[in-house]
Design a protein around this ligand. Structure first.
Ligand SMILES: O=C(O)CCC(=O)C(=O)O
Ligand SMILES: [Fe+2]
Length: 359
């Protein structure tokens, strides 16, 4: 537990050497501009008749940038649930988001001794608290973050592994994880519609798993040297991120870093690498990183929609045929991709190269 950044960062005045990134990867002193034309999708419109227009916007953003932000999802979301005849806890909107953010901060504030049972670097544990990355013991430089990770879907299989403290953690996070999962499925449905794939394409296999991480990035004495997370693109199908009010999420566009400003009640949606493969490179998977700041802690919640590990991933035949082009990648099992990802030390693009069809 003493390795958690939050355990020792208040007692240091400078960044310890094993948190200092080399010059070519560290953020440096230059101010990063805010992405001014960040695509913002208003989901409410999708429910009120402009669905095709919204689908077009989602696809355009996914092709151009590989990510977008969405606003105000809960009103249409409710209608959608009624339409889908699902019975889940979805009554609260902004309140649920605020309540969830509240328990995230509360969780990280709990004294270390009360969280110690969750602390682990064992990847087999489905709920664990750790710091930096799973490779803490071998990585040359550590990340300026503490993380709680847990699986979420199906909920009854995992909820008993989640923290008991704060006492409402399971209840609130359970509701939140279901709502966010349903949101991902709705967005995936829009994407499959836009790509002219069959309804329900992203079903129990491609979107069969959900994982949530809570990130705590404590204030850092020199944000120019350290990183919360290094450059990567998400290796899954799709990620939904809530970053509340503190900047720190940056995307790489045309070789330049841009900050993505948080909007209250808006989610960032990242297209994952598996979606890039399935769309045969039509959709992009944004490269991003997390920088720290010296003033206030930053808390985020990321919900990862993942394929089941045995799922076969490859460029969708119908798309390749429709576009009359060649598949760019060979088919693989998701677990083989994950293994290659490990071997390439989390370098998403190098990992994709392994599965690229040459020539
Ligand atoms: O916390 C953030 O702002 C981003 C987290 C992220 O990119 C990730 O967990 O993959
Ligand atoms: Fe990410």
């Amino acid at each position: 537990m003493e390795k958690l950044v939050s355990s020792w960062c208040n007692s240091v005045k400078s960044v310890p050497q094993d948190y200092v990134f080399p010059e070519y990867t560290r953020p440096g002193d230059q101010t990063v501009p805010i992405l001014t034309n960040c695509p913002i999708i208003d989901m409410e419109k999708a429910a009120s008749g402009d669905r095709n227009d919204i689908i077009r916007q989602v696809l355009q953003a996914s092709k151009d940038l590989g990510f977008f932000q969405i606003l105000d999802f809960l009103k249409p979301f409710r209608k959608h649930l009624i339409h889908m005849n699902q019975v889940i806890n979805h009554g609260v909107s902004k309140d649920l988001i605020d309540e969830t953010m509240g328990i995230v901060e509360e969780f990280f504030d709990i004294p270390n001794e009360d969280k110690a049972s969750l602390y682990s670097f064992d990847p087999q544990k489905s709920c664990r608290l750790y710091t930096s990355s799973f490779k803490y013991a071998t990585e040359p430089i550590h990340l300026w973050r503490d993380v709680l990770i847990h699986f979420c879907h199906p909920l009854d299989q995992f909820i008993d592994t989640w923290p008991k403290n704060p006492s409402n953690y399971r209840d609130v996070m359970g509701k939140f994880s279901i709502e966010v999962r349903n949101l991902s499925l709705r967005i995936l449905e829009m994407i499959s519609e836009g790509l002219e794939l069959k309804p329900g394409y992203f079903g129990d296999e491609l979107a069969g798993e959900q994982m949530i991480t809570l990130n705590h990035y404590p204030p850092c004495p020199d944000p120019s040297l350290a990183l919360g997370i290094t450059k990567h693109s998400d290796r899954n199908i799709m990620t939904i991120l809530y970053q509340e009010k503190t900047c720190g999420f940056e995307v790489l566009k045309d070789g330049q870093w841009f900050g993505v400003e948080p909007y209250a009640n808006a989610f960032v949606v990242n297209i994952g690498q598996q979606l890039k493969v399935i769309s045969n490179g039509k959709l992009e998977s944004v490269e991003h990183r997390v920088v720290t700041n010296s003033k206030e802690p930053r808390y985020t919640i990321a919900s990862f929609t993942n394929p089941r590990s045995d799922t076969i991933i490859g460029p969708e035949k119908a798309l390749v045929e429709k576009d009359n082009c060649h598949p760019l990648y060979r088919a693989f099992r998701y677990k083989d991709y994950l293994q290659a990802f490990e071997e390439h030390e989390g370098e998403s693009d190098l990992t994709l190269e392994v599965f690229k069809i040459k020539g």
